[in-house]
Design a protein around this ligand. Structure first.
Ligand SMILES: [Zn+2]
Length: 645
């Protein structure tokens, strides 16, 4: 479609008129100083470009700007294994030769290189998302923005697709301390596999990903991947083909999200705004304009729920930065002039210096028939989540005092009877693994999910004989659905578990829809059942639920279980000290010496936490003084190189 309209039009049929929002924006001026390796498509500099546009458009007047405390190792270990986090913490370009075994194990190398300041970079990304979530929890804001976040491919103990630490999972874990149900929406061109996997077996997080599927990284995200156990129907995948336009994207996004809102009734939303779904992306293959992309943001905003807005992929920096700036405008409710203000890195935006990212004339391979069929299937599945929220409300203990008590008991190594009737503590999951499956389909589903991931790995031509396999597997909940939100399953009241045969996406016809849509070879590959050798590899069930220093890589319920673990010791901090953290400038972050090769020189100082508007203006002015040259490899065509994110 044309897509050259210059006025942002709110999406149709929002739940309610958008209200004035209190927006908290997280930015660490160090972030732009980090660089992957030369020629790598992922460029943290784009975050700095975005920030400069935001400041020069004056959007700081309508939001509060924070510099979050970087995520600590302990915080990262709420999702990731201690061993993996420690590796990221200690590995450097200088000593990486000592860690070749670990690099293989953790998939650090090609797509996810070791670079100077890697751990600090992860800390910035994770810290912003965690702080954003924490402020939403405390109702200090309505919307929190962290463009340095959204790194959706990172796994529990594995880097993937340019992502090392999954800030999204960390943010969602934070939200789950206060919110019964969290909706995750992913509009990156790639499947949001890391987040999906982390919450694949729970109904407390619904993941919804719209992505290119078929011979494309990461290879997962089939229509029929819908979650397992308690998580069944709480993972939603909308596979797409090349060239989707604003109009067609909107025609699926709004009905799907509208149905989710109606039936799932989330209490908070996390929106991953990967910019590689924009037209002309160096790695992407969609044809969204800036306005089509931002329509998703406006539509989500219109439901007036707490929203954590994150970045993600996006490899044509001038497009990503303009779009995220524009979306910041949407979130604060300010229209932006179509001509860019003067800003740092201004020359990136020539020759036209306009705000809009426009679509191209590429062909849209998503036929209406195809989209309608996928949409119908997705909606049909979503309807099955309809009754569950009320069940959850009555059965899931969300009282934090209670969490704390339970977890203290757990940490004391007392799995005592007092808890048996409220929830299943981690070690109890061990016992439950030998029980008959609550849902006989779950095992099959999980095996297929795992096989899918393993085949994907093969497809990526990475050594599958390394002990990485487990990290690809969803967590324990697959086998012990009761392990994650015990009471609900104890009650046997979760419909998803009792109605496996009616699963719409198992319908052959619907499965065909998707299979037809993807390349034959890829489909055959992906659908291959798990080889016996792999299925014999025990699911890391107990590990997923054990405390974080367990090394066994598993996701799934672990992400949820760890919330409870973490909540025990830190709930107090959450309400007291942690609050200070948000507002405390972390000016001691040692980042400038990590400046890298192809990143332009830093052009501005960080707005220290909660800076005043005057300070912000000062920064803007100061920043204008320096205008680095565009990097040599910026955004010209799709160079060979790493595959994703
Ligand atoms: Zn991506």
């Amino acid at each position: 479609m044309g897509g050259t309209n210059l006025v942002y039009e709110p999406a149709s049929t929002p739940a309610a008129p958008s209200q004035k929002k209190r927006v908290a924006y997280f930015y660490d001026s160090d972030v732009g100083n980090y660089a992957y390796v030369a020629g790598h498509p992922m460029k943290p500099h784009r975050i700095r470009m975005t920030h400069s546009l935001i400041m020069n458009y004056g959007l700081y007047k309508k939001m509060e700007i924070y510099r979050a405390k970087p995520a600590t190792r302990k915080e990262m270990a709420q999702f990731h294994t201690d061993e993996y986090v420690d590796f990221l913490w200690k590995v450097t370009p200088d000593n990486m030769d000592q860690f070749t075994k670990e690099q293989t194990k953790y998939n650090v190398g090609d797509d996810c290189p070791v670079f100077d300041g890697l751990f600090e970079f992860c800390g910035i990304s994770g810290g912003g998302s965690m702080e954003g979530a924490a402020r939403l929890n405390r109702e200090k804001c309505d919307i929190a923005i962290n463009w340095a976040g959204g790194l959706h491919h990172a796994k529990k103990s594995e880097a993937s697709g340019f992502c090392y630490i999954n800030d999204i999972v960390l943010g969602i874990i934070e939200l789950l301390r206060y919110k019964k149900r969290v909706l995750y929406i992913d509009i990156d061109v790639h499947h949001g596999d890391g987040v999906e996997e982390a919450f694949y077996t729970t109904d407390r997080v619904m993941t919804v990903s719209f992505h290119k599927y078929g011979e494309y990284f990461p290879g997962t995200g089939e229509l029929r991947d819908i979650g397992v156990g308690l998580g069944k129907y709480y993972a939603v995948n909308f596979p797409l083909r090349d060239g989707i336009t604003d109009e067609t994207y909107k025609s699926i996004f709004e009905p799907v999200i509208g149905a989710v809102m109606q039936w799932y009734q989330p209490e908070a939303v996390v929106l991953q705004c990967g910019g590689d779904s924009l037209s002309g992306d160096r790695l992407g293959c969609f044809n969204l304009s800036m306005r089509g992309h931002a329509n998703c943001v406006g539509f989500v905003k219109s439901f007036n729920l707490p929203v954590l807005v994150l970045g993600g992929g996006g490899y044509t920096m001038r497009n990503v930065s303009r779009t995220w700036c524009y979306e910041t405008g949407v979130l604060v409710g300010q229209n932006l002039t179509p001509t860019l203000p003067y800003c740092d890195f201004y020359e990136y935006f020539g020759p036209d210096y306009e705000l809009d990212v426009r679509p191209s004339n590429m062909e849209n391979l998503n036929s209406k028939e195809y989209l309608d069929k996928i949409l119908a299937s997705v909606i049909q599945n979503l309807e099955r989540t309809k009754a569950v929220p009320s069940v959850q409300l009555t059965n899931v203990p969300m009282d934090h005092e209670r969490y704390r008590e339970e977890q203290e008991a757990a940490m004391d190594d007392h799995e005592e009877d007092t808890h048996a009737d409220t929830r299943h503590l981690p070690r109890q999951a061990d016992k439950r693994i030998s029980h008959p499956m609550e849902d006989s389909d779950s095992e099959e589903e999980m095996e297929r999910y795992i096989a899918n991931k393993r085949n994907r790995r093969r497809h990526k031509d990475v050594d599958i004989d390394t002990p990485l396999g487990n990290s690809r597997t969803p967590g324990s909940g697959a086998i012990t659905p009761a392990g994650k939100s015990g009471p609900a399953s104890d009650s046997g009241a979760v419909p998803a578990i009792t109605e496996p045969e009616e699963m719409a996406v198992d319908d052959g016809e619907l499965a065909d829809v998707e299979e037809d849509a993807v390349d034959k070879m890829d489909t055959d590959d992906v659908l291959t059942p798990a080889p016996p050798a792999l299925t014999s590899n025990p699911l890391p069930t107990s590990a997923a639920a054990t405390p974080a220093n367990d090394d066994t890589p598993a996701a799934g319920s672990s992400a949820v279980d760890n919330i409870k673990t973490e909540a025990s010791a830190e709930v107090d901090m959450q309400d007291a000290d942690h609050l200070e953290v948000v507002d405390t400038p972390t000016v001691d972050v040692p980042a400038t010496e990590k400046v890298k090769t192809d990143a332009p020189a830093p052009a501005e100082e960080a707005p220290a936490a909660k800076e005043t508007k005057e300070e912000a203006e000062g920064e803007t002015t100061a920043a204008k003084a320096k205008t680095p040259e565009p990097t040599e490899d910026q955004e010209k065509g799709k160079e060979a190189g790493p595959v994703e994110a």
